[in-house]
Structure formats: structure tokens, C-alpha cells
Design a protein around this ligand. Structure first.
Ligand SMILES: [Zn+2]
Length: 69
């Protein structure tokens, strides 16, 4: 006999208090880029600028464009 017991999944879906602030960066082309923190969105923006616009976006420039979402 097989024991087919349904176990409740206890999903803990609590974010850490206050630590996590997503960042948005709106490219002049209208694309909104998002990262889980400033460093992440800067990286996303830099690769977007490189791949889509074939331009180098400096870290400082990207940081100045980023906003908390
Ligand atoms: Zn763009």
C-alpha cells in the first residue's frame, strides 16, 4: 500500500524588513529597466545601453537615472 498523504506546503514569503528596495531606471528610449538594488539595475542598464544603443553608459550616469520603484 502506498501512503499518499497530502502535506501542506508552508511557504514563507516574507521579505526582509526594509532592506530590499527595487530600483527602476527608465532609458530615454522608453524601456524601463529594473534591478533588485542599485548595483543590479546599473548592470542591467549598462548592458541594455551596450546591446540596444551601442553606447557606453557610465556607472555614475546609470546611478543618477535610477529611482526606487
Ligand atoms: Zn534604451
Amino acid at each position: 500500500m502506498s501512503n499518499n498523504e497530502e502535506s501542506k506546503t508552508s511557504a514563507v514569503d516574507l521579505g526582509p524588513d526594509g532592506r530590499k528596495s527595487d530600483q527602476d531606471l527608465e532609458c530615454p528610449c522608453g524601456t524601463v529597466l529594473r534591478g533588485e538594488d542599485l548595483g543590479a539595475v546599473v548592470e542591467v542598464a549598462q548592458s541594455h545601453a551596450q546591446e540596444v544603443h551601442d553606447m557606453d553608459l557610465s556607472r555614475e550616469q546609470a546611478e543618477s537615472m535610477a529611482r526606487p520603484s
